[in-house]
Design a protein around this ligand. Structure first.
Ligand SMILES: [Zn+2]
Length: 414
């Protein structure tokens, strides 16, 4: 750990903390990115030096990485201090800051942007790498997702033999990428979005699916038997020996139970007893503002972030069946300017309930709902949306900047 840092690395760490603190003081976010940037300019090997001697897990994938990292941190904290990039600064600058801020932490749980996984594997020499899923993000196309899986496969093949991979057996792209590794723990983490994996990533042939099972009709790539899974009945995770670990999560949906299964699988590789870890996951109430509950004028809003097609489908699975739903869509730079992806999402599950539509691109969303035969009301902003629904619970689903706008309205900083 940082006790052995060189004088230059110590100096870089001090500058990093100062820059991050200044950035926070001037109201520019939590300062992770700028702090890390300053530290890495002074000592380009800072991330590597700060990671040295710690037990590191990297968590990557298109969806669920922030929540899974949060769950994993809660689980490993049962046995020691954990450094983590809890505000989603998931590139090397953010990782450097997370490690610099927790010099005494023996463990590190780092959420990693999909495109930086190779770099992090080199720099952080992780004990465990968790691969959740790959689907098209707002800025990607399906072909790019396959290219990313190929890049992961190449990187993992070259990775150190002591790294264990925890991988989603339900996602063919993940299975293909992870199957080159010597040690893999498979988790049945589900796949709500199958459109990007109808074709075998290994040979391009058609994939056959029978219930949960899938297999390539040509090369035989198929779903490995999972050691960890979400229980079919009740809210629990089933471990490798068939033992049940009851969950009592505050975070909704099957997707989050799957994230919990992955976190327990990771934690057990660090020597944490899953029976001890599982109750700790129920203490997680919101993750960087996601799933947060806010109240105004008797309306109790639950805020769900959905950045991409898979995320929208997952959020429809998470919401309670009765309350009104507010959907908010923007198309600013980080969201991607093109909203045509909403035609890849099936909105029919919302039919029959009260749906209110807002955001910069509310008209795009309205047209989409019209096509799916879902009744809706269009309003100017979240305030008008609140006024349009009766007091009681309300589910709010928004994409990235729309979500930030809504959080700002409620003065939420995290
Ligand atoms: Zn194949």
């Amino acid at each position: 750990m940082s006790a052995n840092l060189t004088p230059r690395a110590k100096f870089a760490t001090t500058l990093l903390r100062t820059a991050a603190a200044l950035s926070r003081a001037t109201g520019r976010g939590d300062g992770s990115v700028i702090g890390g940037r300053v530290g890495l300019i002074v000592e380009p090997r800072l991330l590597e030096l700060l990671a040295e001697g710690r037990h590191v897990v990297l968590i990557s994938g298109t969806n669920g990485k922030t929540t899974t990292t949060r769950f994993t941190t809660a689980a490993i904290e049962a046995i020691g201090k954990v450094a983590t990039n809890s505000f989603g600064a998931n590139m090397p600058t953010g990782h450097t800051t997370a490690l610099a801020k927790a010099p005494k932490a023996e463990y590190a749980a780092l959420e990693c942007d999909e495109h930086y996984l190779g770099q992090l594997l080199d720099a952080a020499s992780p004990k465990v790498v968790a691969l959740l899923n790959l689907s098209r993000d707002q800025l990607d196309r399906a072909m790019e997702v396959t290219a990313l899986a190929a890049k992961w496969r190449q990187t993992l093949q070259a990775s150190a033999a002591q790294t264990t991979v925890v991988a989603n057996a339900d996602d063919p792209l993940i299975v293909w990428a992870a199957s080159v590794c010597q040690r893999v723990v498979w988790v049945a983490a589900g796949q709500s979005w199958t459109a990007d994996s109808a074709i075998c990533p290994n040979c391009g042939s058609h994939l056959d699916r029978f219930g949960e099972f899938w297999r390539c009709t040509n090369c035989g790539l198929n779903r490995p038997s999972p050691q960890w899974s979400v229980a079919q009945q009740g809210e629990a995770v089933v471990g490798p020996d068939g033992r049940r670990y009851e969950l009592n999560l505050q975070l909704p949906g099957r997707v989050n139970r799957a994230n919990a299964a992955t976190a327990l699988a990771i934690a057990s590789l660090f020597g944490v007893d899953p029976a001890q870890a599982a109750p700790r996951l129920s203490e997680v109430a919101s993750v960087a503002g996601r799933y947060a509950k806010v109240e105004r004028e008797g309306r109790h809003l639950r805020l769900l972030l959905a950045k991409n097609p898979a995320g929208w489908l997952e959020s429809f699975d998470m919401i309670d069946p009765n309350p009104p739903v507010v959907l908010s869509l923007n198309a600013r730079e980080v969201d991607g300017f093109d909203t045509s992806w909403i035609y890849d999402v099936d909105f029919t599950s919302l039919a029959g309930r009260k749906v209110v539509v807002t955001g910069d691109r509310r008209t795009d969303l309205a047209v989409r709902l019209e096509v799916d035969g879902v009744d809706f009301l269009v309003v100017d902003d979240i305030r008008a949306a609140i006024a349009a629904v009766p007091p009681g619970p309300v589910e709010v689903v928004a994409n990235y900047t729309a979500f930030q706008d809504i959080r700002a309205e409620f003065n939420r900083v995290n």
